[in-house]
Design a protein around this ligand. Structure first.
Ligand code: ZN
Length: 177
């Protein structure tokens, strides 16, 4: 398998990932405020006027920041719905809280108090990969360890879960930055 997603450069002409696909960015400079929106399969980025000495690096840092703000805001309702959907399918405990974090080295975790932590970068992965990650964590309510019983439970609810793990193994490194 080859990676489907590459790391963005955050410049005009580059693309940004969202739910497993990449979309071009359009940059409009000298705007009344900094903003980002997703419209007609494009990321529209509006930037305030900046001094002529601003480097390309400063622009790309600003775009990265806007994109992460957008990811966080957009992730919350999507992740929340998915957690509810998977919880109701499993018919056991629901997480007490959903926390969305920018994590460097893991996709998710479930705390002993029942909080599910989800990496904001998951919003860059296909919808069914997010479903797998949530299923993975919620199955830990029943089995703490990655035992055979645990994986049987995951398999029962998502027979092709290995494909999702493979996708993350191939693309994951390009999604965390
Ligand atoms: Zn696990």
């Amino acid at each position: 398998m080859v990676p489907e997603i590459i790391k963005p450069s955050f410049h005009e002409g580059s693309t940004l990932p969202y739910l497993g696909k990449t979309y071009p960015i359009r940059i409009f400079k000298n705007q009344p405020k900094n903003s980002i929106s997703f419209l007609n399969h494009q990321f529209i980025i509006r930037l305030l006027p900046v001094s002529s000495s601003s480097s390309a690096r400063e622009y790309s840092d600003l775009i990265a920041k806007l994109y992460y703000g957008w990811l966080r805001k957009t992730a919350r309702p999507i992740f929340k719905n998915k957690v509810e959907e998977v919880s109701s399918k499993l018919c056991f405990d629901k997480p007490k809280e959903i926390r969305i974090k920018k994590l460097k080295n893991r996709w998710s975790s479930l705390t002993p108090s029942g909080t599910i932590n989800l990496n904001v970068n998951l919003l860059k992965t296909p919808s069914d990969v997010i479903d797998y990650i949530i299923l993975h964590e919620l199955c830990h309510f029943k089995f703490k360890e990655h035992s055979r019983h645990y994986w049987d439970l995951v398999h029962k609810h998502m027979p092709n879960y290995q494909e999702k793990i493979d996708w993350l193994n191939v693309n994951g490194v390009n999604l965390i930055y």
